[in-house]
Design a protein. Structure first.
Length: 361
């Protein structure tokens, strides 16, 4: 009996040690991916073709010695291949995952999460001791890049083609050219969802609201670049307060409600801002319906994001009721909606591995 106990404990410790080593490996490799995305190295290899270290360094304006080291690391990690001519090429799948920003497989934004959290880490340690929040700007510009890159592919490829057809009356209202619809994008970030809605429905007007000034500044540039500035207005506003305008036919919360210090107030503001008969659509995290430990990979990601990202950003208000990504379960969503005065809460039949969709009325 004692022999069995002696052998089982080291086995568990060995398994955990191996798991944490692999997680450390993943983190440092992800930081090297950051160089490839941020410095345009993958993009050059994709659009300009294979290159030696000297050619790639010259193309992208980087130091040769660092470029040599990065190329070797990427080849060892399997993201690049190298031929006998010492030319490096993208491995299969890298263009879709790390170059094409609207590909449904694009995950380049993931590489920006680690440096953003690293920048905020001292404030996060302090927050654990004091109970204070950590404001979004403390994470730096990389946080905005991560946020916009992670959700953009879905807005570009799925919002119009896959999600709205599951809500046919809203799709029809947006398509009605006789009565141009008005849309509110609440927690709009840099505005990719607002832009895509305006492009798909040329008669609608979209007002996007977000509290982060950097996100709104970037978004206004994107709106201008995509040619929809006449119908998309992005503004800095606290969506937990009464909105600057009302009379909306539909208001969207795209994956932001769980971050807010006062989610009920935000839902109430949205309810008051939509016209009679209008709807509020909420996209939120697809976590398990009840707390589960240990959890699957999606649960683990949401749980980690809660401590490092969502809850600290939502606790900047001393009276915060922030939910966090792990807590926004269907029962909680129903409670929030009912507390905000909504009479109906419908879980929509939109299938997605990370998000659930709700219609509030």
């Amino acid at each position: 009996m004692s022999t069995l106990l002696e052998t089982s404990a080291p086995s568990a410790a060995e398994e955990l040690s191996g798991r944490l080593f692999l997680q450390t490996l993943g983190a440092v490799e992800l930081l090297n991916v950051y160089f490839g995305v941020e410095l345009g190295l993958y993009r050059s290899l994709s659009f300009d073709g294979p290159a030696t270290a000297a050619v790639l360094a010259e193309r992208t304006g980087q130091d040769l010695r660092y470029t040599q080291e990065w190329l070797a690391q990427q080849a060892v990690a399997g993201l690049l291949t190298v031929g006998p001519d010492a030319e490096f090429r993208l491995a299969d799948g890298v263009r879709e995952a790390l170059v094409d920003e609207v590909s449904s497989f694009y995950v380049g934004g993931m590489a920006y999460i680690v440096p953003a959290i690293g920048r905020a880490l001292p404030a996060l340690v302090s927050a654990f001791r004091t109970g204070n929040g950590v404001p979004y700007p403390a994470y730096g510009a990389d946080a905005v890049t991560a946020q916009e890159a992670l959700n953009r592919p879905a807005y570009e490829t799925a919002l119009i083609e896959d999600w709205l057809p599951q809500i046919p009356d809203i799709q029809a209202r947006l398509a009605d050219s006789t009565r141009p619809a008005r849309v509110a994008d609440l927690g709009a970030g840099v505005g990719w969802a607002a832009i895509r809605l305006a492009e798909a429905f040329p008669q609608v007007r979209v007002d996007g609201y977000d509290l982060d000034e950097e996100s709104i500044a970037r978004g206004r540039r994107y709106v201008a670049d995509r040619g929809v500035a006449d119908r998309v207005d992005l503004a800095v506003a606290d969506i937990t307060e009464p909105l600057p305008h009302d009379g909306y036919d539909v208001a969207f919360f795209f994956e932001c409600l769980h971050d807010l210090p006062h989610p009920v107030a935000a839902l109430e503001a949205a309810r008051r801002a939509v016209s009679p008969g209008g709807s509020v659509i909420v996209m939120e995290e697809r976590v398990a319906e009840t707390f589960t430990a240990p959890g699957d990979e999606v649960e683990r990601f949401m749980a980690a994001a809660g401590t490092l990202w969502c809850v600290p950003q939502g606790r900047t208000d001393a009276s915060s009721d922030v939910i966090g990504p792990l807590g926004i379960r269907p029962a909680v969503m129903r409670h929030l909606a009912e507390s905000a005065g909504f009479r109906t809460v419908e879980t929509l039949a939109i299938d997605h591995p990370f998000w659930r969709f709700y219609r509030l009325g």
